[in-house]
Design a protein around this ligand. Structure first.
Ligand code: NAD
Length: 513
């Protein structure tokens, strides 16, 4: 840890090595069980965090609801100014925060920096948005009437996030929610609690410097039971939850039972279609980055390659030779391409997937395996694997959060490939590699990809914050980040004003007294 400057990074972020972090960011509020955070990089204990008890949660909720009454009255552009300052703090702390992300989660340092950059980008977006939270004006059918709509702040937004983007997902939600006038309570993944505390420290400092209540940004820590405090709490009008489909199904039902709103960002099973007109070099780079980047632990990771039979062997050989070049090891060492999985449980699931694909008739053309020995002491490093498979294998239908890529062959027209691409329950990201305009347009048409994200000549992973991000079907249907994704963080109100001395009714209804 020392070699890569982790100790310095922790102290720059207000965390001491092996500290007892305050899990709410509000002193002495956390009284629950202790969560230990171990790094998948070298297996070391980075820190201990107290989880949030029911009583702690009530105190946090009180702070948040009180803060909302103040925050919602501040003009949106002024809230944008606070978010601008928060973005600037992130610029100052980009390196230490990127390093902590890399060390606690295991993604490469470059990707850790990229994640912080995403936070900065969404802050910039939110600052501009703070002057554009506009509704429409409609013409009333009644004389002397004016009709328009406005967007008001919603209240306390609950954010539940996954381990694989331990800081960016929070920022996607919170930067927009803040300019919309909401206050946020965040429960980060129990696998990356220190990233949560580091972010909370940064936000808390900005609110404090501006004499604003600390409850605008709240942190609660713990496992699913702490998440349930929010999903079952009618004081939380919106729960934004990112994670597995299994989690999403439970959260959706809990929130729906009290008729709350949920924004779900769940698992993917993303494919790239490779047609006879594809640029093979670009395809290989895009597919390899998509499949092994973040050790296959992105919701948008490439899981399936659907390759036309005429170029199947060419693509397969190019992939096998690219996989031979991959260097696996410490993600803070910039010479390595692939870092560890999040924990040894993820390693077990990876091994099971490889076993299962063979049992179902698949053929491993790049064999995987768990790495041992010097540098691999954490037990979390695995070799990226490639298997030839069929789309209807049970394991291919399932998202395995690890670097396992399935090669699927199609013949005939691109429609056959699109049918395979859509033939899974998930609907997050998709891509086609082709220089053929007809194929590309078919893929993007209403009869094409059924995913929330559909790319041409780009891989499946690596979205920009300007677009709305999310997926269809069991991916949950939610949209975050750019475009008009902000609307879910607000409540819409239609206002009609009568400036006459008459009271005409809509639809011409007569009612006289
Ligand atoms: P996970 O479902 O195990 O946990 C995610 C979060 O949900 C954690 O904070 C967890 O404590 C909480 N949680 C779990 N059960 C809950 C419950 N019943 N009530 C309330 N909270 C609960 O997921 P993970 O392993 O951390 O992350 C990997 C998954 O996340 C993958 O499926 C990946 O595709 C998905 N993901 C999706 C997106 C997206 O934008 N679509 C982004 C990142 C990750």
């Amino acid at each position: 840890a020392k070699e890569f400057g982790i100790v310095d990074a922790l102290s720059a972020l207000g965390l001491k090595e092996n500290n007892n972090g305050s899990s709410t960011g509000i002193e002495n509020f956390a009284t629950g069980n202790t969560i230990e955070s171990y790094s998948p990089v070298d297996g070391s204990l980075i820190g201990k965090v107290k989880s949030t008890s029911r009583e702690d949660y009530e105190k946090v909720m009180e702070k948040a609801t009180n803060a909302f009454k103040i925050w919602r009255k501040m003009p949106a552009p002024q809230r944008g100014e606070i978010v601008r300052q928060f973005g600037n703090k992130l610029r100052e702390l980009k390196e230490p925060l990127g390093k902590l992300v890399s060390f606690e989660m295991g993604k490469s340092y470059q990707e850790g920096l990229g994640e912080v950059q995403e936070m900065i980008d969404i802050c910039d977006f939110a600052v501009g948005l703070s002057r554009q939270l506009h509704g429409l004006t409609m013409h009333s059918e009644r004389p002397g009437h004016r009709m328009y709509e406005q967007y008001h702040s919603l209240g306390v937004v609950g954010i539940i996030s996954a381990f694989n983007f331990p800081v960016a997902v929070w920022a996607w939600n919170t930067a927009l929610a803040w300019v919309c006038g909401d206050v946020c309570i965040w429960k980060p993944s129990e696998k990356t609690p220190l990233c949560g505390i580091a972010c909370q420290n940064i936000a808390a400092a900005v609110f404090k410097e501006n004499n604003l209540p600390e409850g605008i940004s709240c942190l609660i820590n713990g496992d699913y039971q702490v998440g349930e405090f929010m999903t079952q709490d009618k004081r939380v009008p919106l729960v934004s939850a990112t994670g597995s489909i299994r989690m999403g199904k439970i959260v959706a039902q809990a929130v729906a039972a009290r008729l709350g709103k949920s924004l779900l960002e769940l698992g993917g099973n993303n494919a790239i279609i490779v047609t006879p007109d594809a640029d093979i070099k670009m395809t290989v780079i895009g597919a390899v980055f998509g499949a092994v980047g973040t050790a296959g632990q992105r919701c948008t990771s490439t899981r399936r390659l659907i390759i036309h039979e005429s170029i199947y062997d060419t693509v397969k050989d190019a992939l096998v030779s690219a996989y031979q070049q991959l260097r696996i090891g410490n993600p803070l060492d910039q010479n390595n391409h692939v870092g560890p999985l999040i924990d040894t449980h993820a390693v077990t699931l990876y091994k099971k997937a490889l076993q299962r694909v063979v049992e179902e008739g698949g053929n491993l053309i790049v064999e995987g395996g768990v790495l041992e020995g010097k540098g691999y002491e954490s037990g979390c490093y695995v070799k990226p694997a490639i298997a030839e498979a069929n789309n209807d294998y049970e394991i291919v239908q399932h998202e395995t959060f690890a670097p396992v890529l399935y090669l699927l062959k199609y013949s005939g027209d691109v429609e056959n490939a699109i049918e395979m691409q859509n033939g899974v329950v998930q609907g997050l990201s998709s891509a086609i590699m082709t220089n053929n305009l007809r194929e590309a347009e078919k893929f993007l048409s209403v009869a094409g990809s059924d995913c929330g994200i559909a790319n041409v000549n780009i891989g499946t992973s690596g979205a920009e914050i300007g677009g709305a991000f999310g997926g269809e079907k069991e991916t949950g249907g939610g949209r975050e980040s750019g475009s008009d994704a902000w609307k879910i963080y607000m409540r819409r109100q239609t206002n009609t004003i009568n400036y006459t001395t008459e009271l005409p009714l809509a639809q011409g209804i007569k009612f006289d007294l």
